[in-house]
Ligand binder design. Structure first.
Ligand SMILES: *Cc1c(COP(=O)(O)O)cnc(C)c1O
Length: 469
């Protein structure tokens, strides 16, 4: 009844062809249209019923290449500027395949894959100058990492018995800026604290959390009988790439005895570039940092990380004490602590391998250079916008995000037209209530020519829209 291939030679031929097609796909996915809407018959084809009988792997693979591969969101493409998404690499894709071949379950146990993830933890400590006692874990995304950080901070504030007793009548409150990612709010919903326990502090003129407003709100909350327990700063806001004043926030958090968490989804990895690292100075003072490998590090989706200064607090928030104490000291079930003691999942895939391959293959110097290059291109784009009389720069790029608009043209509609043209794919957002074109430069493949293509497409489509009105 085994599911292994019956005809090994035939399967290998199909497997090698699939690998070649994947590599070809990465090349072709970086050319041609950035995105195209899938035809109705393709979309409809996914309504086919559950297969009772199988068919040859080669048929299924051919189907994948016809119906799935051509219709992705386009984030491998150098002219994809939408949201903040990584471009992926062939190296990362191969690592993902090798990880699947091992079928390793990284919940724990005495095995080399666990050591690979532990090495990622050590490297993360080094990058952010965290102490030896700091813990970390590879997770699916910064959304999950932020959620886990809120749970750890809450458990630290209320004590581990709160895991059994719940929130009781604790009146915990936390602080973040209005520019924080909406997953932070969701973290408060999911942990049972409620999103009203998250105070949204206004931003200053540079889109950073306004510290005076923060201090005032904390004082008001204390006076009203609330218990402030957490402060969440952002390194690289999703709208404009702003970085909160992390050193000052860290000091304030220490003074007020708040857990200081940094959502550094993409911005945290500015530490890889000597040129950009000063922009996130103070991040090394955080109690915890959440960041993505799948954005600026170009690791294929999905992979992110949670780093926690107080490893004990981290473990106390997730480990189940009974299981923890009964772990074997020898044999396959040895190797305490297990990764399952640091997160909500028991079975876990080997996401760490594609991170490991990425770091080992490219090295942090080169990865830092690709990150710095995206910021240089963002400054170049801002410069180009300033030179076009029809365009208006809405905010200076602090990292790799540029927001601008075409005067007199509604940005939301223009962005849809740009996406539908297949030429370039920015996204839109609202800044101070006004819709703007947002270009996030994340992809390691993006060049100056792609920036020029974006400017030209915006000018051309905005003008053609003008004449249609
Ligand atoms: C992308 C992003 C997130 C969410 O991260 P995921 O990996 O998509 O879950 C959170 N915060 C910021 C600032 C982001 O840019």
């Amino acid at each position: 009844m085994s599911l292994d291939p019956e005809d090994e030679a035939e399967f290998r031929a199909a497997a090698h062809a699939a690998l070649d097609a994947m590599l070809d796909g990465i090349t072709s996915g970086t050319r041609g249209p950035v995105w195209r809407r899938m035809p109705d018959e393709v979309r409809g084809s996914f309504a086919a019923p559950l297969p009772r009988e199988g068919r040859p792997f080669a048929d299924v693979a051919a189907d994948f290449h016809a119906r799935v591969a051509p219709f992705t969101a386009g984030n491998r493409h150098p002219r994809f500027f939408g949201w903040v998404q990584g471009g992926g690499t062939a190296v990362g894709a191969l690592a993902e395949m090798l990880a699947a071949g091992l079928n390793a379950n990284l919940g724990g146990r005495d095995q080399a894959p666990v050591e690979v993830e532990r090495q990622i933890v050590r490297w993360a400590r080094t990058l952010f100058r965290f102490p030896e006692q700091a813990s970390g874990i590879v997770v699916s995304g910064t959304s999950l990492a932020n959620f886990m950080a809120v749970h750890v901070a809450k458990t630290k504030a209320l004590g581990p018995e709160s895991r059994r007793l719940g929130l009781g009548n604790a009146r915990l409150v936390a602080y973040t800026s209005v520019a924080a990612h909406n997953c932070v709010e969701r973290a408060f919903e999911l942990t049972g604290l409620g999103s009203s326990a998250l105070r949204r502090i206004p931003t200053d003129t540079e889109h950073r959390l306004d510290r005076a407003a923060l201090e005032q709100t904390i004082a008001e909350d204390r006076a009203a009988g609330f218990t402030p327990f957490m402060l969440i700063g952002t390194a690289g806001t999703v709208d404009v790439g702003a970085v909160d004043e992390l050193s000052a926030l860290a000091q304030l958090a220490r003074r007020e005895q708040l857990w200081f968490h940094v959502d550094g989804a993409f911005g945290a990895l500015a530490v890889l570039s000597p040129e950009l690292a000063p922009l996130v100075a103070g991040i090394e003072l955080a109690d915890s940092i959440a960041f993505d490998f799948h954005k600026w590090l170009q690791v294929p989706y999905d992979a992110a990380f949670l780093l926690v200064r107080d490893g004990e607090a981290h473990r106390n928030a997730f480990a189940s004490e009974a299981q923890y104490l009964s772990r074997a000291t020898r044999g396959l079930a040895a190797g305490t602590p297990w990764f399952t003691d640091f997160g909500p999942e028991l079975s876990r895939g080997f996401r760490a391998l594609k991170v490991w391959f990425t770091l080992e293959t490219f090295g942090i110097d080169r990865l830092g250079q690709t990150i710095a290059e995206t910021c240089r291109l963002a400054r170049l784009l801002a410069e180009r916008v300033r030179r076009e009389p029809q365009l208006e720069l809405v905010c200076e790029p602090q990292l790799n995000i540029v927001c601008f608009r075409y005067k007199g043209v509604e940005s939301g509609e223009l962005v849809i037209k740009l996406q539908e043209s297949g030429l370039v794919a920015p996204s839109s957002t609202r800044i101070a209530g006004e819709s703007v074109i947002r270009a996030a430069i994340v992809n390691h493949r993006t060049t100056e020519a792609d920036i020029e293509a974006l400017i030209e497409a915006v000018l051309e489509l905005a003008r053609s829209g003008d004449s249609m009105d």
